[in-house]
Structure formats: structure tokens, C-alpha cells
Design a protein around this ligand. Structure first.
Ligand code: SF4
Length: 492
């Protein structure tokens, strides 16, 4: 029976290897191609090495390239579908050469690619809401017969609470925290050495490791979330507090994207909490929607939209990312929200979806940064970022660079949104109400600059009608635009 070559994001038991030898490969070249967050490389190497140490019949080869490893292994292998266009091309070349005997559908997602392709067919729009309903029905999650439990498919509107007043943290136990071991120490030594000799380039702070790398750790993280945090997750899933980086989020995207948890087991476990009367429907539904809805929607659309999707550029945004942003130099930033969020990326390689969308992505869209470069930044700086994750999230959802294939309007806002949804503005030298002058909030000024710069391209969008009308009434618009031009790409 041919061995199974598992990639570094296919490490859990649902990637079935029964009766087969297992090949894992640690390719040095794959680590050196891009500048990655230090903790991201640590997680991947630690996960691979732990998987190899855990069970017999696993061969871990440390080579310069994947090709060298396969030649050294010397026997044909089967693989599961990989998670990027480049890896898919590589695997199919190996299939033609006979090195890969078969490519099996990936169990890393609940819906097979072929089923999505049949469903999406020639639809002009592949809407998340439609996809999510299909998923709930076909997986029988939170259903009563053919209808959703509670009568509504999405309780998103109940889940947009600002943070509670007068608190600095949510009143929930902290997330699961793994304990590092000898394998982590060895990974740290290797990364230190490779960084010193210049073969690996990283950004961001080193550990301690905050996320699971083994199946045992991943299950512990899941159970801790379900038991202690899920109940508070829903209402505050969009809220931000400067003193609470994790809020009530699960942080499970990391073990899920390493393939340590089966998304179906995660969603079913959350649904079971609701059935047992331990989780409110708004929290459980919000979480289930993230796992079998949005996560799978972006996975399938990564393939559905094709390999050129990430270069779409509806607003012709071409500016490069400035060095302070690319290098996570949070200390150079005074704007409280952006400074805190960039610090979170620097120190942990993770912030939740609203800082990603409304602080980081919003900033990039306002400044006209190249969406593809920004997607690359998110992919390499976030511990849960992969090639399949960021195009639809960043190019589509955050930058609206696909012209509306994914989202009906750009996710761009002024300081008012951040002020409502966080406690950042109180401690900031800027004022979210001001768009002009010394204390003008750069998000508020940036918002109007964005609307003004892209007015023609936004004019056909009904949801942007109001801001476009408002723009015409802004007496100081030209001054705001001039002020933002003078700011250039310096840190705010
Ligand atoms: Fe951010 Fe503006 Fe609020 Fe400062 S005032 S924290 S820059 S939104």
C-alpha cells in the first residue's frame, strides 16, 4: 500500500492514514521564500515535529526541497488535495511523473470541491447566505426539520454589541494556553540559528507559543472554549477592548488550519452545547456560521474565482505597504487603535476578525494600498494565514477589490465605528469626530479621502449612495484630502 504524504496543514486524525506509512516533509526552501512571522514558522515546525514524534510509522524528512525529500523517500505516495494553487500544480506534476499515485479529496473541509462546483454552477453571485443555509441543511446543524432552530438562519444582528461600558476586559476565563516542551526548544534553537545565518527572515516577536500544535492540545483548546467562553462569544464577537486581546473568541482557526481539528466535529460540539442548554443560540449560531459557513465559503471561493482573483483591483489601488506597517513597527504609531492592533500582530501573530477588517484592512483600503500585497501581508504575518485564506478575506471582503463579488459594499469606515465598537478612542491623541486639524482622526479623514478618490467607481453602488451625497455637502473636503496627502504613508 503506498505511503501517505501529509502536508503541514493536514495533521489531525481525520486525514486518515490507517495502515499506511506516513511521510512528512520539512522543506527549508518553503521557509525561506517569504518573510514570515516568527511565531507562524514556530507553529508549523513544532506541529510537524510533534506529529512525527507522536506515532510510529511516520517519517519526517528535513530537506532543502520537497522534490529532494520524495527522491530520498523513494516510493510513490498518495496525497490529499493541497491548499494552494501552487501546491496543486506541483502535486499534479508529480502525479504525471508517477511520484504521486493519487490525489484524494481533502477531509479538511466539510464540503467536497466537486459538490461546491455543482452547486455554484453558473450563478452570477455565490452568496454567503445561500451557501450557509445549504451547509446547515446538508450537515443537519442547528435544524428543526428543514428549518433553522429558533426560526432564523443568522443571528448576526444580535451579535454586534459594543463592549460593556466601564470594563477593560470581558469577564471570561482566558483561552487555553499550551505548555512548551523540548520540541519547541529545538524549534526555537533552529529558528534562531537560521535567522542568524540569514537563511530565514522573520518579523514579529518570538514566543511563548500560544496556540495548539498537537491533537491533544487542539482538543483541550476546543473544550476550554466550549466550556468557558462560547456563552459570551456571540454578543461581543465584533467588539474590541485595548486590555483584552482574545475577548471571547475561540482562537481555533489556528489548529483548524493546521488540520488538527475536523471542522465538522468543532461545529457539532458547539451545536451540542446549545442542545444541552449550555450556550445561547446567538453565540452558538455565530460560531457555527464562522466554522461551516464563512471558513468554507472562502475556501471554495479560493478555487471558484480562479488563480488570478488575488490580483483583482477594482479601485486601481497600487501603493506599496510602507515599511513601518510591513515590519510591524507598532511603536512608530500614535493612533491608539492601530498601534494596539499592530502590537497584537507583532506579539502574537493574531488579532480577531474586527481588528483585521476595520482597523488594518480599513487603513489599507483608505490609503489605496495594493490589495494583493496586503493579502500577502496578512498571509505571512498571521499564524492562521494561508494562501487559501486571505484572497477572499482581504482582496474581496476587506478591500472590495473584486468589485463586489463577495461583499455588497466596501468595509471602510471612519473613526465613529471604531469609537462605538471599542474603548480605543478615549485614550487617543486624535478625536474620531474630527476630520480636519491637529487632532483629526486619521480614520475619519481617510474615510472621506477614500470616498472622494473612488467616487466614480462607487457611484453604481446603492449602499454607497448616502456617503456619496454627504461628500458633496462637505465644505472642507478639499482641505481634508490635502491634509491626508501631506500625511503620505507616514505612521499616524
Ligand atoms: Fe483610532 Fe481615530 Fe479612535 Fe484614535 S480617534 S483610536 S485613530 S479611531
Amino acid at each position: 500500500m503506498p505511503a501517505r504524504w501529509l502536508f503541514a496543514d493536514q495533521l489531525g486524525p481525520h486525514f486518515d492514514t490507517r495502515g499506511r506509512r506516513v511521510l512528512l516533509v520539512e522543506s527549508r526552501r518553503a521557509l525561506t521564500r517569504r518573510v514570515y512571522h516568527r511565531q507562524k514558522l514556530h507553529l508549523i515546525l513544532s506541529a510537524l515535529r510533534h506529529r512525527a514524534a507522536e506515532s510510529d510509522g511516520v517519517t519526517l524528512l528535513q530537506t532543502e526541497t520537497y522534490g529532494e525529500a520524495l527522491a530520498r523517500f523513494g516510493a510513490p505516495v498518495r496525497v490529499y488535495e493541497p491548499t494552494s494553487w501552487a501546491a496543486d500544480d506541483f502535486v499534479h506534476r508529480l502525479r504525471e511523473a508517477g511520484t504521486v499515485e493519487a490525489v484524494d479529496p481533502t477531509p479538511g473541509f466539510t464540503m467536497p470541491k466537486a459538490e461546491f462546483a455543482r452547486w455554484a454552477g453558473d450563478r452570477p453571485r455565490v452568496r454567503m447566505d445561500d451557501f450557509y443555509r445549504l451547509q446547515r441543511r446538508r450537515l443537519d446543524l442547528l435544524m428543526e426539520g428543514d428549518q433553522p432552530v429558533g426560526g432564523r438562519w443568522s443571528l448576526d444582528h444580535d451579535n454586534r454589541e459594543p463592549p460593556p461600558k466601564g470594563v477593560t476586559t470581558l469577564d471570561v476565563p482566558p483561552p487555553y494556553r499550551p505548555r512548551e516542551d523540548d520540541i519547541d526548544a529545538e524549534v526555537r534553537d533552529d529558528l534562531d540559528r537560521w535567522t542568524r545565518d540569514g537563511t530565514v527572515r522573520t518579523v514579529g516577536a518570538d514566543g511563548p507559543r500560544l496556540f495548539p500544535v498537537t491533537r491533544r492540545e487542539a482538543l483541550a483548546a476546543l473544550h476550554r472554549f466550549l466550556e468557558h467562553r462560547l456563552g459570551t462569544f456571540g454578543p461581543y464577537e465584533d467588539a474590541m477592548l485595548a486590555g483584552d486581546w482574545a475577548m471571547a473568541h475561540s482562537l481555533l482557526s489556528v489548529p483548524m488550519n493546521l488540520g488538527l481539528l475536523d471542522p465538522l466535529e468543532v461545529a457539532e460540539a458547539a451545536a451540542a452545547e446549545y442542545r444541552a442548554g449550555r450556550g445561547t443560540l446567538s453565540s452558538v449560531e455565530g460560531f457555527v456560521r464562522q466554522v461551516i459557513g464563512w471558513r468554507e465559503y472562502i475556501w471554495h471561493n479560493y478555487w471558484h474565482f480562479g488563480r488570478d482573483y488575488r490580483t483583482r483591483n477594482h479601485f486601481r489601488a497600487r501603493d506599496p505597504l510602507p515599511a513601518w506597517f510591513a515590519d510591524l513597527d507598532a511603536d512608530a504609531v500614535e493612533a491608539h487603535c492601530l498601534r494596539d492592533v499592530l502590537q497584537g500582530v507583532r506579539d502574537r501573530g493574531w488579532v480577531h476578525h474586527i481588528p483585521r477588517l476595520m482597523v488594518l484592512g480599513n487603513w489599507g483600503a483608505q490609503r489605496g494600498w495594493d490589495p494583493d500585497a496586503l493579502a500577502e501581508w496578512f498571509q505571512t504575518r498571521f499564524v492562521d494565514g494561508y494562501d487559501w485564506v486571505m484572497p477572499v478575506n482581504v482582496v474581496g471582503m476587506s478591500q472590495h477589490a473584486d468589485g463586489g463579488a463577495v461583499a455588497t459594499k466596501p468595509y471602510v469606515s471612519g473613526g465613529a465605528y471604531i469609537n462605538t465598537m471599542s474603548d480605543y478612542c478615549g485614550g487617543c491623541r486624535y478625536d474620531p469626530r474630527h476630520r480636519l486639524g491637529e487632532d483629526a482622526c486619521p480614520y475619519t479623514a481617510g474615510y472621506w479621502t477614500f470616498v472622494d478618490r473612488n467616487a466614480d467607481r462607487l457611484s453604481g453602488n446603492q449602499r454607497m449612495r448616502q456617503p456619496l451625497l454627504q461628500r458633496e455637502r462637505l465644505a472642507d473636503l478639499r482641505q481634508v484630502v490635502r491634509q491626508e496627502r501631506q500625511r503620505g504613508d507616514s505612521p499616524p
